[in-house]
Write a protein of this length. Structure first.
Length: 285
C-alpha cells in the first residue's frame, strides 16, 4: 500500500470549485466544515453558499483576518435579523498553513482557527441554513447575486477540504465536481518567490553594494506595530540614504556631501514626490 498525503489544490485567484447539492435546495440543521489554507494575500473568499430566502454562509480573508458571516434567516418586517459576523486571527497572509473548522448545530457555532475556538450563537430565531444549488470554494459563484460584488477570489492553496462528510479536494481530483472555471487546475502548491523576514529590535539584513553605479533602486513591503524605526540605510559615494518610520509616517532622508558642505533633503509620506525632486534639484544647483 502506498500512502499518499492530502490532496492540495492551488487556487489562482480566478478558479472556483462548485460543489452542487444532490437535491436542489438544502435545509441544513447541522454543518461541519473543515479545511487548511495558506496564502500571501490579505483578501479572498474561501467559501460561500446562499439561498433564495436570504440565508447565506461566507468564510473569507479580510485585512488578513478570518471573517465568518452567516444568516439563518431574517423576515421582511425587520423584526428578525439573522446576520451574524465573527472575526478571528490576524496576519494570516503569512504563507503558512492554517487550519479552520466550523461546527454548527442549529444556532450554536464553534469557529476554530489553529486550535483556538470561539463559540457563538447566531442572531435571529431560525435554526436551519437554507442553501440553494451549491457551495463554492475559492470565491463567489459566477451566478451569484450582487452581494459578492467587489470581493476577491482566494489565491493560494487549500487542502483537506471537508463539507459534512464529503472530501471536496478528492472529489475535485477525481473530476466529480465542477472545476471548469480554472484555467489550469493544479494539485500542488505553487510557491511564492518572496520570503518574509522578521526583524526584532537588534537584528538587521546587510546586502552587498554595487560599485561603479550611479543609480539606486529600492522596493519592499513591510508591516509593523511600531511607530518608529529605521527601515533602510545605505552609504552612497557622496553621502547617505535613510528610510525610516517617524511618528507612524515613512520618511526619506538624503544626505549629500559637497565641496560647499553637507546638504540634506527630507521627504515624509503625504508629501508629493514632485516636492522632493524640487528640493533635490535646488540642493544640487
Amino acid at each position: 500500500t502506498i500512502l499518499k498525503g492530502p490532496v492540495v489544490i492551488n487556487f489562482d485567484g480566478l478558479g472556483v470549485i462548485s460543489y452542487r447539492f444532490k437535491v436542489k435546495k438544502m435545509k441544513i440543521i447541522k454543518d461541519v466544515i473543515a479545511l487548511r489554507f495558506k496564502t500571501s494575500e490579505s483578501e479572498g473568499v474561501i467559501l460561500h453558499g446562499e439561498g433564495q430566502q436570504g440565508d447565506y454562509i461566507t468564510l473569507e480573508l479580510r485585512m488578513a483576518k478570518l471573517l465568518m458571516q452567516i444568516n439563518l434567516g431574517s423576515n421582511q418586517y425587520g423584526s428578525i435579523l439573522g446576520h451574524t459576523s465573527v472575526t478571528t486571527g490576524s496576519l494570516l497572509d503569512d504563507n503558512h498553513w492554517h487550519s479552520v473548522v466550523i461546527e454548527r448545530y442549529r444556532r450554536n457555532v464553534n469557529f476554530t482557527l489553529d486550535r483556538h475556538t470561539q463559540h457563538f450563537r447566531t442572531n435571529g430565531e431560525f435554526d436551519h441554513l437554507d442553501l440553494d444549488y451549491e457551495l463554492s470554494f475559492g470565491g463567489m459563484p459566477y451566478s451569484g447575486k450582487p452581494v459578492g460584488a467587489g470581493r476577491k477570489n482566494f489565491k493560494g492553496c487549500m487542502e483537506s477540504i471537508n463539507y459534512n462528510g464529503d472530501n471536496i479536494t478528492d472529489l475535485a481530483r477525481r473530476k466529480k465536481i465542477d472545476t471548469s472555471s480554472f484555467r489550469n487546475l493544479s494539485f500542488f502548491c505553487v510557491e511564492t518567490h518572496s520570503f518574509p523576514v522578521f526583524f526584532n529590535a537588534t537584528s538587521f539584513l546587510q546586502l552587498p553594494g554595487r560599485a561603479n553605479h550611479d543609480t539606486l533602486s529600492v522596493s519592499f513591503q513591510f508591516r509593523t506595530w511600531n511607530p518608529e524605526g529605521l527601515l533602510l540605510f545605505s552609504n552612497l559615494d557622496d553621502g547617505t540614504l535613510e528610510i525610516s518610520l517617524e511618528d507612524s509616517k515613512v520618511g526619506v532622508h538624503l544626505n549629500v556631501t559637497q565641496e560647499t558642505g553637507n546638504q540634506r533633503v527630507d521627504l515624509s509620506s503625504g508629501e508629493s514626490v514632485y516636492s522632493f525632486i524640487q528640493k533635490l534639484y535646488d540642493m544640487l544647483e
